[in-house]
Design a protein around this ligand. Sequence first.
Ligand code: HEC
Length: 161
Amino acid sequence: MQVYRASFLAIILAATSLFSLNSFATSGKDNTHTLGERSIFSERAINERLAPSAKVCMEGDSACQGASTSTPAPTQIAAAQTPEQIYQTKCMACHATGAAGAPKVGDEAAWKARAEKGIDTLVKNAISGVNAMPPKGMCMDCSDADIKAVVEYMISQSVKK
Ligand code: HEC
């Protein structure tokens, strides 16, 4: 009989502590959420826990704005980068693989044909974008001079003099 009573008590205890866990979770100092959203079991809290810890966004994407408050302004990074570094971080994804029909760096014929338009046209197109080539190759913090230097670098890596 004694044993039964003990386990009965244990069950009662477990049940009440489950309840109080929930009310404890709901009764916290959370004033930012409405009552139904405070619980750790609420859809809001569950979604928050399941949300990815980081968000990927493209440079210049308005969704990214304000996301990197602690990192230095992008212009400072670009200023310190060589054309080769800009190429490697911004342009290589398309121009090393030929993705979306991008002229591949190292493909002499492709770049000779492009270079016939003249460096100024190539730079202008690289800055404003042409077909699948995004404006400035999505390097929004690159200056026009940066882009020109990178285009010259890409040509120098492709067309032998
Ligand atoms: C998202 C892929 C992508 C990225 C990133 C990209 N490009 Fe391009 N680029 C292309 C494609 C595709 C073309 C071919 C466009 C066409 O002529 O149809 C192209 C063409 C070019 C051309 C030739 C333009 C012309 O008039 O023939 C230059 C120059 C160029 N890109 C420079 C760059 C530079 C510099 C960067 C980095 C700052 C860069 N691209 C990043 C896809 C890309």
